[in-house]
Design a protein around this ligand. Sequence first.
Ligand SMILES: Nc1ncnc2c1ncn2[C@@H]1O[C@H](COP(=O)(O)OP(=O)(O)O)[C@@H](O)[C@H]1O
Ligand code: SF4
Ligand SMILES: [Mg+2]
Length: 314
Amino acid sequence: MPLLKVENLKIYFHMPRGNVKAVDGVDVEIDEGEIVGVAGESGSGKSTLALGIMRLIVPPGFIEGGNIYFEGKEILHIPEKVFNSEYRWKRIAMVFQGSMNGFTPVFKIRDQIKEVLEVHNYSGDPDQRVNELMKMVNLDPSIADRYPHELSGGQKQRAFIAMALALNPKLLLADEPTTALDVITQTHIINLLKQLKKELGLSILFITHDLALMSMLADRIYVMYAGEIVEEATIENIVKNAKHPYTQLLMEAVADIRKDYIKGIPGSMPDLANLPPGCRFHPRCPFVMDICKKEEPKLRVVGSNKVACWLYQG
Ligand SMILES: Nc1ncnc2c1ncn2[C@@H]1O[C@H](COP(=O)(O)OP(=O)(O)O)[C@@H](O)[C@H]1O
Ligand code: SF4
Ligand SMILES: [Mg+2]
């Protein structure tokens, strides 16, 4: 049984111009102790997916359908009070996109972590727990007695991860935890996440637009485009044998960055409230065929990968 199973999840933002289909029928599974990546360009729905798992979608966003199971129990439709007391932060925690700047500037780090413990009726000594948490993320406990602005970017991100781990969750959703950090600090955060997986048996859903970074960490990857999963494979198969044209272009973009030349992917993400018919990637795809413009390909097993592309179907 997977630790987390997201089934046909749909999250739409009801906007005046129409429904923005940010997450549109997504299936994701994470096993215990597994690091799973979600990769895709900005605007593909990665953050909305993670916020949906945390049940933090607020209007104009609405959950339009699907189920989420945690340790086999459905958790998307249980009462908010039960989800909040038993799952949110306790079993599933999240490092939000931009969370590095998410600490309140006027309170010391220690007080902010203690507040999380208090709200959830932590029964042990809160100061001792803060010290433990700081050590867990390789920070000296004395750093907790500083104000957020007295920490470097990397230290703030570690402290936020410590706060997310306060109640010993089984699953951590990490939304772009290394963006806005320098390359060396990024590597330190990646190594910290690996260490936490090993020491705590933590499962991690790691979200990034950076496939190179993801390849250093994830066991398995979901590639997301315009609200849908277009490819799923082990990291090895994504790096050596990406099948979906979008994944191939993402991989090429990584290789080009290494060569100091950013080619990027031509064109841009469609308006999610006004999606092109057929394959959502067809206006940008170098291999587009007639059928791609008319019918939407479903995710199917192709060798060791799962791919949603007409090149491999029909
Ligand atoms: N609160 C919101 N209100 C309206 N639209 C939103 C909101 N949050 C996200 N969206 C839209 O949903 C789509 C997916 O966004 P997001 O999940 O943030 O993508 P990613 O994390 O992959 O960059 C985008 O088109 C974005 O504009
Ligand atoms: S279905 Fe067609 S347009 Fe879409 S990625 Fe495959 S070849 Fe390209
Ligand atoms: Mg995001």
